[in-house]
Design a protein around this ligand. Structure first.
Ligand code: ADP
Ligand code: MG
Length: 736
C-alpha cells in the first residue's frame, strides 16, 4: 500500500505508566431541555455550573410534614436549556473520541424519562446533529488521511480483528463490491438522504491532534436494539416479506477470550466517512421504526446501542504496507446508548403484552440501577458482593466498562415541566448515586508498540536513551568527553618557556626551563600516582562489584529457579483453568443453544396459541352469526307458515262454502226429484223458490242421485248444521 503521506518522525502516543489501580468516578452530566410550550410551569432551576434545584409544582408543594420541599442535585456539569449540541459534545464526548483514537474504549449513555431529550442529545434533531454524528465526524476528521483500504481489516466474528494484505483486500473488493457498485461508491453530502443531511452537516472540523501517523485505521459500526430483554441486530440484512413479516431473530451475548462481552453474529459494517456511517445508522433507525409499528411495540421502551469500533495497525518499516501481524492490531470501541424512558410503566398506560414487555424493559433499567448500587456499596464498605450484570442483557453487555475497560459517562436528561416532576426526582437520585461509583481507569494499551524493523524504532530508542541519560544527570563518558579531559590535563601543565639562548651569559633561560620541566615531571608523577591509585581503587570497586554481581547472580539464579517452579505450577494451574473455562464455555454454548431452541419453541407455541385463539374467536363469531341468521329464518318461517295456514284456512273455508253451496243445490235438486217422482209437487215456500238458482237443476246435476249420495249429503248437512227440516224428512222418506 503506497501512502502518499510525508513521513514525520514517529510520535508514539503519550504513554502513562500502567494505571489499573487508579479509579475515576462515572462522569455524570445533566441537561435540562427547554419547556414546550414555554409558558407552562417550570419545576427546575439551574443554580450554577454544577447544581440544579427541583421544586414541586403548584398543588404539590406540601410534603407529609406539611413542609415545602425543594431538592438540590449536583453533577460534574449541568447544562441549561441554552446549551448547544456543540458545547455539550466538547465537554462530554470529545474526550471519549480522543480515547478511542488512542486505543481506549468508552461508553456514553443518555438516561431520563420519555420526552426529556435523550434522542435529541444522542442523535440530534433535523438541522441540529447530536453527539453521535459529531463523534463520527471527529473520528473521520482525525483519521481521514490514514484510513486503510476497505477489507484490509476484517472482523473475525469473535470480537477480534484479522488483517489481510492489500492484494487480498483488493481482490475481495473486486469480488464483493462489483455487484453493488452503486452502494459502495462513497456518499457525498449532496447525495445523501435529505431527511438527515442537515444532521451531519457539522462545520466544526474538530479532530484529535495526536494521531499515530505510522498506523492505518478502519471504522466499523454496528447498531442494535434491546427490547424486552432481547437483542436485535438493526443492520442485519434479512429479506422482508411484506405479506407475512417474520418476527426478527434475537442475538446472544458471548464472552471472548479476554472476557469482553460481544454480540454473537452481530453485523459490523466497515465505513469510510461520516456520511456512510450515518447512512448505515439511519437505515437501522428506519428498520427499528418499521419493526416497532409492525409488532405494535412502544419505541420509547427500547434501548438502542450504536457501536463504533476503530481498528488500527502499524505500517511496516518503509511505511508502505500494514504489518500482517494480528497481535499488532489495536481495537477500541465507543458505545453510544440511548436508553429506554426511565418512567414507571403506569405512566405509559400500556396494557396486556405491551405492559409485560414494558415491565421487562423496566427490569433491565432496574438491573442497571441495582448493579450501580452494589458497585457503590462494594466501594464504600469494601464488600465484595456479586454485581448482577447477568440479570439483564443491557448490563451484561456493558459489564466490562464497569470492570475498567473504559471511561463511562452518562448524560441525564430532564424536562422541567410539572408533569415530569416525580419521575425527575427518581432520575436525579439515581444519577447522583451513579456518580459515586468509581470505575478503574483503563490501562493504556501499547498502541502499535515499537515493532522491530520499524523505521522509527532507532529514533524512538535514541529519544528514550537520551531521556534516561538526562535523568541520570548527564551524558555518559564518550569520545568527545575523553578529548575534553585530555585538554584539561594538558592545560594543567605549565607551558614550556622559550628556550632560545641568544646571549652566552644568559643565566635565566636554562634554569627556568629546568624548573618548568621539573614541575611538569612532578605533575606527571603525581598524575601517574593518582591514576594508579584510581586504577587500584577502581579495580577494588570492580572486584567488589563482581563479587556483588556474582552473589546477586547466584541469588537471582536461586530466585529464578524458585520462580520457574512457581511459573510451571501456575502454568499447569492455568492450563487446568483454561480447560475448565473451555468446558464451561462449551456448556454455556450448549445452554445458550438450548435456550434459543426453547425460546424458538416458546415463540412458535405462542404463535400457535395465538392462531388457535384467533381461530376460536373466529368460530365463536361465526356461531353467533349463524344463530342470529337461524333465529331470523325461524321467525320468518313461522310468519310464512302462519300466513300459509291462514291462507289455507281461508281457502278451505271457501271450498267448504262452495261445497256446501253445491250440496245445498244438490239437495234442492234431490228434493225436486223426490217431489217429482212422488207425482205430487208440494208447494215450496216462496222464500225457497226465490233462493233457487236460475240455472235449470238438471243441468247442474244430471246424474241420478244415489242412496249413498243422499246419505252423504245428510251427513254433511248434519255436520255443517245447514239444511232444513223438511228437506231432511223428504230425504229420509226417499231412503226408506
Ligand atoms: P426522548 O428521547 O427522551 O424521549 P426526545 O429527544 O425525542 O426525547 O425529545 C422529545 C422532543 O423534544 C423532540 O421533538 C425534541 O426535538 C425536543 N427536544 C428535546 N430536547 C431538546 C432540546 N434540548 N432543545 C430543543 N428541543 C428538544
Ligand atoms: Mg427517544
Amino acid at each position: 500500500m503506497k501512502t502518499a503521506r510525508t513521513k514525520t518522525p514517529r510520535r508514539p502516543p503519550h504513554k502513562k505508566p500502567s494505571n489499573s489501580d487508579q479509579k475515576d468516578p462515572v462522569g455524570v452530566y445533566c441537561r435540562v431541555r427547554p419547556l414546550f410550550p414555554p409558558d407552562q410551569e417550570c419545576c427546575i432551576e439551574v443554580i450554577n455550573e454544577t447544581t440544579l434545584r427541583l421544586h414541586p409544582p403548584d398543588g404539590f408543594k406540601v410534603n407529609r410534614n406539611g413542609e415545602y420541599k425543594e431538592t438540590q442535585y449536583s453533577f460534574k456539569q449541568v447544562f441549561g436549556t441554552q446549551v448547544t449540541q456543540k458545547d455539550l459534545f466538547d465537554v462530554v464526548a470529545k474526550p471519549l473520541v480522543e480515547d478511542i483514537i488512542h486505543g481506549k474504549n468508552g461508553l456514553l449513555f443518555t438516561y431520563g424519562v420519555t420526552g426529556s431529550g435523550k434522542t435529541h442529545t444522542m442523535t440530534g434533531s433535523p438541522g441540529d446533529g447530536g453527539l453521535l454524528p459529531r463523534c463520527l465526524d471527529m473520528i473521520f476528521n482525525s483519521i481521514s488521511n490514514f484510513q486503510a483500504k476497505r477489507y484490509v481489516f476484517k472482523t473475525d466474528d469473535r470480537n477480534g480483528m484479522d488483517i489481510q494484505s492489500n492484494v487480498d483486500a483488493l481482490l475481495e473488493r473486486q469480488k464483493r463490491d462489483a455487484p453493488t457498485q452503486i452502494s459502495r461508491t462513497p456518499l457525498n453530502r449532496q447525495r445523501i438522504e435529505p431527511e438527515f443531511a442537515d444532521m451531519i452537516n457539522i462545520q466544526d472540523h474538530c479532530k484529535v491532534e495526536e494521531v499515530d501517523e505510522d498506523s492505518v485505521y478502519s471504522v466499523f459500526v454496528s447498531y442494535i436494539e434491546i427490547y424486552n430483554n432481547y437483542i436485535y441486530d438493526l443492520l442485519e440484512e434479512t429479506p422482508i416479506d411484506p405479506i407475512k413479516p417474520k418476527p426478527p431473530q434475537s442475538k446472544n451475548l458471548r464472552e471472548d477470550q479476554n472476557h469482553n462481552m460481544y454480540i454473537a453474529g452481530c453485523t459490523e459494517v466497515e465505513v469510510k466517512s461520516t456520511e456512510e456511517a450515518f447512512d448505515v445508522f439511519w437505515k437501522g433507525q428506519k428498520k427499528r421504526r418499521i419493526a416497532n409499528t409492525q409488532l405494535n411495540r412502544e419505541s420509547s421502551r427500547s434501548h438502542s446501542v450504536f457501536m463504533i469500533k476503530l481498528a488500527q495497525a502499524p505500517l511496516d518499516a518503509d511505511g508502505d504496507n500494514v504489518l500482517q501481524e494480528k497481535e499488532q492490531i489495536t481495537v477500541s470501541q465507543l458505545s453510544l446508548v440511548d436508553l429506554a424512558g426511565s418512567e414507571r410503566t403506569n405512566r405509559t398506560k400500556a396494557e396486556g403484552n405491551r405492559l409485560r414487555e414494558a415491565g421487562n424493559i423496566n427490569q433491565s433499567l432496574m438491573t442497571l440501577r441495582t448493579c450501580i448500587e452494589i458497585l457503590r456499596e462494594n466501594q464504600i464498605y469494601g464488600t465484595n458482593k456479586m454485581v448482577p450484570y447477568r440479570d439483564s442483557k443491557l448490563t451484561h453487555l456493558f459489564k466490562n466498562y464497569f470492570d475498567g475497560e473504559g471511561k463511562v459517562r452518562m448524560i441525564v436528561c430532564v424536562n422541567p415541566k410539572a408533569d415530569d416532576h416525580e419521575e425527575s426526582l427518581q432520575v436525579m437520585r439515581f444519577a447522583e448515586m451513579t456518580q459515586e461509583v468509581e470505575v478503574a481507569r483503563p490501562v493504556d494499551k501499547p498502541i502499535c508498540g515499537l515493532t522491530p524493523g520499524r523505521r522509527y524504532r532507532n529514533q524512538a530508542f535514541k529519544e528514550e536513551l537520551s531521556r534516561r541519560l538526562e535523568e541520570r544527570g548527564g551524558p555518559v563518558v564518550g569520545e568527545p568527553e575523553e578529548q575534553s579531559v585530555m585538554d584539561v590535563l594538558i592545560q594543567s601543565f605549565p607551558p614550556i618557556p622559550s628556550c632560545e639562548l641568544l646571549d652566552l651569559n644568559d643565566e635565566h633561560t636554562l634554569p627556568r626551563l629546568i624548573e618548568v620541566l621539573e614541575k611538569r615531571r612532578r605533575i606527571r608523577q603525581m598524575m601517574t600516582e593518582e591514576f594508579n591509585k584510581n586504577v587500584s581503587s577502581f579495580r577494588a570497586i570492580l572486584q567488589d562489584a563482581n563479587g556483588a554481581v556474582s552473589a546477586k547472580e547466584n541469588f537471582v539464579q536461586g530466585k529464578m529457579t524458585e520462580k520457574d517452579r512457581l511459573i510451571t505450577s501456575q502454568k499447569s494451574e492455568l492450563e487446568r483453568l483454561e480447560k475448565k473455562i473451555k468446558t464451561l464455555e462449551y456448556k454455556i454454548d450448549i445452554l445458550e443453544k438450548t435456550t434459543t431452541i426453547y425460546e424458538d419453541e416458546k415463540r412458535a407455541l405462542q404463535n400457535d396459541l395465538e392462531n388457535q385463539n384467533q381461530k376460536l374467536q373466529r368460530q365463536l363469531s361465526d356461531k353467533r352469526r349463524m344463530e342470529v341468521r337461524l333465529q331470523g329464518m325461524a321467525s320468518e318461517n313461522a310468519l310464512k307458515w302462519e300466513k300459509e295456514c291462514e291462507r289455507r284456512v281461508a281457502a278451505k273455508q271457501l271450498e267448504m262454502q262452495n261445497k256446501l253451496w253445491v250440496k245445498d243445490e244438490k239437495l234442492k235438486q234431490l228434493k225436486a226429484i223426490v217431489t217429482e217422482t212422488k207425482g205430487e209437487k208440494p208447494q215450496r215456500p216462496s222464500r225457497e223458490r226465490d233462493r233457487e238458482p236460475k240455472v235449470p237443476i238438471r243441468s247442474i246435476s244430471p246424474s241420478p242421485v244415489t242412496v249413498c249420495d243422499t246419505f252423504y249429503l245428510f251427513c254433511m248437512m248434519v255436520g255443517t248444521g245447514v239444511g232444513t227440516c223438511d228437506v231432511l224428512l223428504h230425504v229420509h222418506g226417499h231412503m226408506v
